[in-house]
Ligand binder design. Structure first.
Ligand code: CUA
Length: 383
């Protein structure tokens, strides 16, 4: 009786295998141009790291080819032909010339990788001489990012702007557990460790700036890069992301001015004004700052002064629009499991112990539809 398998001819089996492997490669590893690609460097630090990667890849590929070919040849050439079953092949005790040669080649190959690596470490480890870097202090929280520009007097969250072509020094701290700061297309990553001050510098190439038109392809750059926490830091680690706006110098100055400004108070009698009352009474202000709203000065959660103007909500998790703002505020746990806003602001009981005790400010579950809509309107208008 024929089985299904036996009907596939060897040639077709080979085609199937090659096809599957190529498909897998295509689906997995070939997103060279993805937003978090490390093989499309967009700045000098990423470029230096990419160089080391290429040299290492080249050396390893060469070793694989040479060793693999010799092994394949030996397996074939000295295979068991069944002609002398009891006889051992001739036994040798090494070849000094070959052994010295192999050691020598290994040392040479390692030096090939060491040179760019050490050079890269020194390059990345110190700010470019004579440069005037922009300073940004970054603090990691479960699961969002606080960004402070101390020289400009700006505090924001989950979205930063940097000027193209100018080094940026990031000072890295954590509020709770270990996180890792990473902007794949600019380079990194560096861990944010409790009680330790780490730092790194990065720079974005001028052609990444928003509005830059490539003279060859005619494509205009959006100026948006992705950032990601790169160290497992709890259940919503994968949702701890941020956006980097790469701007031309003038646009960057405008961005800073806007970030420095307070949120204008909503017009009296408007839906947003009702929303502000809801915001101020259900507990949002305990954790969130909205400059211009004197009651809102909490610092446990992200600064919301200009949250409506950001590209994303919930630290890079959702595109910023009204539908997603509703989704996020209605049930933050469904968007970002375990987050602090859910634990403190919504759940009547402690989710871990099942006991009451965290219900002091848990009024968000009890809002009417109109109150909730007004709250959404207020927050989305913080532009
Ligand atoms: Cu923060 Cu992973």
């Amino acid at each position: 009786m024929k089985t299904v398998n036996s009907e596939i001819k060897p040639l077709n089996q080979l085609r199937l295998l090659v096809g599957s492997v190529l498909t897998a490669l295509f689906c997995n590893g070939c997103a060279i141009n993805g937003p978090q690609s490390t093989v499309t460097p967009n700045g000098p630090v990423a470029q230096a790291e990419f160089k080391v990667y290429l040299v290492t890849l080249g050396v390893c590929a060469a070793i694989f080819l040479v060793v693999g070919s010799v092994m394949a040849y030996c397996l074939y050439r000295y295979r068991d032909r069944g002609d002398s079953p009891d006889q051992l092949p001739p036994q040798g005790h090494g070849n000094p010339l070959l052994e010295i040669g192999v050691v020598g080649i290994s040392v040479l190959l390692v030096s090939l990788m060491v040179y760019p690596t050490v050079k890269g470490i020194f390059y990345i480890g110190s700010l470019p001489p004579g440069s005037k870097p922009l300073l940004i202090k970054v603090t990691g929280y479960q699961w969002w990012w606080r960004f402070e520009y101390p020289d400009q007097g700006v505090v924001t969250a989950n979205e930063i702007a940097i000027p193209a072509g100018r080094p940026v020094k990031f000072e890295l701290k954590t509020h709770d557990v270990i996180h890792s700061f990473w902007i794949p297309r600019l380079g990194g990553k560096v861990d944010m460790i409790p009680n330790q001050n780490n730092w790194l510098w990065l720079e974005a190439n001028p052609e990444i700036a928003r509005g830059y038109t490539d003279p060859v392809t005619g494509k205009t750059s959006s100026g948006v890069l992705y950032g990601q926490c790169a160290e497992f830091c709890g259940e919503s680690h994968a949702f701890m992301r941020f956006r980097v706006l790469v701007l031309k110098a003038l646009d960057f100055e405008q961005w800073i001015q806007h970030q420095k400004s307070d949120a204008p108070p909503p017009p009296p009698g408007s839906v947003a004004s009702t929303g502000q009352k809801v915001f101020n009474t259900v507990g949002c202000t305990t954790c969130h700052t909205v400059r211009g709203n004197p009651i809102a000065s909490g610092t446990l959660g992200p600064d919301l002064t200009h949250v409506g103007s950001r590209l994303t909500l919930a630290a890079g998790t959702l595109p910023n629009n009204r539908a997603n703002m509703r989704k996020w505020l209605l049930n933050p746990h469904a968007v970002k499991p375990g987050n602090m806003m859910w634990r403190l602001g919504y759940v009547k009981k402690n989710v871990r112990t099942g006991q009451a005790g965290m219900d002091v400010i848990s009024k968000l579950n009890a809002l009417t539809v109109d109150e909730f809509d007004a709250l959404v309107t207020y927050v989305e208008n913080l532009k």
